[in-house]
Ligand binder design. Structure first.
Ligand SMILES: [Zn+2]
Length: 320
């Protein structure tokens, strides 16, 4: 009788748990423009897209496999960006497999204000920004191809560390910029990263572990390093004085990449730090604030549906 009562209680608990659990997790559920959104699933999905007002807001994200680790089951994950230009309001994450749409998850885009700034460029910097140049185009094409590679390896799954120790910032992510050219004309753009106002020669460190996929001098961004951290997720470091890593090298969080400077299109010494997801700009601070694969948060939402590893500690008492 006692045993039956216990069994019933366990059954009742599991039924209740199943009712409150989802097969999908979206973190966070109220993202701000510029923030990354991580979508996790048990299975049966291939890609995810952010849709609002019938329009797709940013590049689709392919799901990749997060393997089991530390006694916790594995799952599928995809990461996409809410663009900095997204309007606040209701949106959905549309999940697809090979045959079409399988599910839509509602989410709310939270309002966010961005700073406006005006930057005056001299004759040389005006030329770098406005004059057509085949080499500039070739460099842009090469970077775009790298940023759109669909990798499968997870080199880093925690939060990012700041690439410099200084906290002095001269520009923020998403700043609405007006460039005033030496010709009297002007142009607008949106700042794609964070600028640290550090003197030439300041150590620049990897914000997370990964593989160096670009380490080269470029016309616009000067001495540049790009690191791949997760499938579709890259960090970029611009305007450095000197580079200390080679393409193909593996780096750990905090490892020296080079020294800051003012190479390329820069009005003074600074480090431009940027993060891209599937080619799109994302707010680097969001990656410093939380891990991109927050396994505990994911498992608290979809863990019930995931296959348990024998001997693991996650719901192990019920599955063993
Ligand atoms: Zn910048």
């Amino acid at each position: 009788m006692k045993r039956m009562c216990f069994s019933f209680c366990v059954f009742f608990f599991l039924v209740n748990l199943a009712a409150t659990q989802e097969k999908y997790a979206v973190i966070p559920e109220n993202p701000r423009p510029g923030e990354p959104v991580t979508i996790c699933a048990v299975g049966g999905v291939r890609k995810a897209a952010l849709i609002s007002g019938g329009k797709q807001l940013s590049a689709s994200a392919l799901f990749f496999t997060v393997p089991p680790a530390d006694g916790k089951p594995g799952f599928l994950a995809a990461v996409l960006t809410v663009p900095s230009t997204a309007a606040p309001g209701d949106a959905v994450i549309r999940l697809e497999n090979e045959t079409g749409v399988v599910h839509e998850i509602p989410l709310t885009i939270t309002e966010r204000e961005f700073v406006s700034e005006t930057i005056e460029l001299d004759v040389v910097l005006t030329g770098i920004r406005t004059e057509p140049d085949p080499q500039k185009t070739a460099e842009a094409d090469k970077l775009w191809a790298i940023l759109n590679r669909k990798g499968t390896v997870i080199y880093h799954d925690g939060s990012f560390k700041m690439p410099v120790t200084s906290t002095r910032r001269t520009s923020f992510f998403g700043d609405r910029r007006i460039y005033k050219y030496s010709t009297g004309r002007s142009d607008t753009s949106i700042h794609s990263g964070v600028d640290f106002g550090v003197p030439t020669g300041t150590k620049v460190n990897a914000c997370g572990s990964g593989r160096v996929v670009l380490s080269v001098m470029r016309i616009v961004t000067g001495n540049t390093v790009v690191i791949e951290h997760l499938p579709g997720i890259y960090s970029l470091y611009y305007h450095m004085d000197k580079l200390e890593v080679k393409e193909g090298a593996f780096v750990d969080t905090g490892e020296l990449l080079g020294f800051s400077g003012a190479t390329g299109l820069a009005t003074g010494p600074h480090l431009h730090w940027e993060v891209r997801i599937n080619g799109e700009y994302a707010d680097p601070d969001a990656f410093a604030a939380r891990p991109i694969l927050d396994k505990n948060a994911v498992l608290s939402k979809i863990g019930y549906y995931l296959p348990m590893r024998k001997g693991g500690d996650y719901f192990g008492a019920y599955y063993d």
